[in-house]
Design a protein around this ligand. Sequence first.
Ligand code: TYM
Length: 331
Amino acid sequence: MEKKILYSAVQPSGNLTIGNYAGAIRNWVQLQNENDCFYAIANMHAITVRQEPAELRRHTLELAALYIACGIDPEKCALYVQSQVPQHAELMWVLNTITYVGEMNRMTQFKDKSQKHADNINMGLMDYPVLMAADILLYQADLVPVGHDQKQHVEIARDIAIRFNNRYGETFRVPEPLIMKSGAKIASLQEPTKKMSKSDENINACIYMSDDKDTVIRKFKRAVTDSDNEIRISDEKPGITNLLTIYATFTGKTVEEAEKEFAGKGYGDFKLAVGEAVADALAPIQAEQKKLLADKTYLTGVLASGAERAYKAARKTLSKVYRKVGFYQGE
Ligand code: TYM
């Protein structure tokens, strides 16, 4: 069977949460063996909201180390930093000319972020999905493994690809989102109908990948549930359903198995068990990340060779695009 091309990325915009792990990185690890994978650190997306430059640089390296600590193998995948491959911005410009302001205006994340950052509704924030489309289309990706909240962005990337192909002739492979059944929508621990988000102001709402065991257990103890004391999956029980999902994600069990395991138990014991499972899974990742961060030479080498691999693939697509749109490229 021909290998599929996979593309995905995470923004280095601060502390990652277990939502980023469950919805994205964890699946990337499983997918890297059978596919041709490009996993990027989306620092160009990150600056659409204000970032402290020194912190952004630090978070970029921390995220590279985290990818590897979670099991991404830089020998198998191209692990690289988005801004090191200039074709992302170049393709975005071309794609901008076939994307309509109206459709960008309707993007859910744009509307949310405009509300949250009302003092900084910049062009980049609006153009964010076009940059993401450029990321994906540049590598001719078949599949884009993401959490549920990114589905709309992958769909617009599909629309843009189809539109370009129709206008200029077959150029891009049309990508599809790859959203796993479990873990694609980890909810806030404080408002379980909302997604867990690294930009949440309430730190008790999120479990960060860097949280220590005491913090993890304390946050799960305070997690909002309900008062009927039954541990089961149900739309009416978003808090408990979320905890069961998290437990399943971090133990490798199915949600149904988790539900059976805790049937008849009390909420206190259940929350403690979820906290312990998560903390025990995070500890080795954190230790490995720390070790990797102490070896800057290794990390720099990984990112340089990742960028080189990505650059080669990106250059090919961009040159095809430039030819199709009629850009002079010399003789
Ligand atoms: P970002 O950095 O917001 O999130 C990274 C990944 O984590 C997933 N995710 C979640 N999954 C489950 N539950 C949650 N609570 C949760 N929160 C986040 C996201 O769905 C995502 O898969 N624009 C993207 C980054 C990006 C990208 C790309 C992704 C840039 N270019 C090209 C795919 C392809 C973003 O901001 O993700």
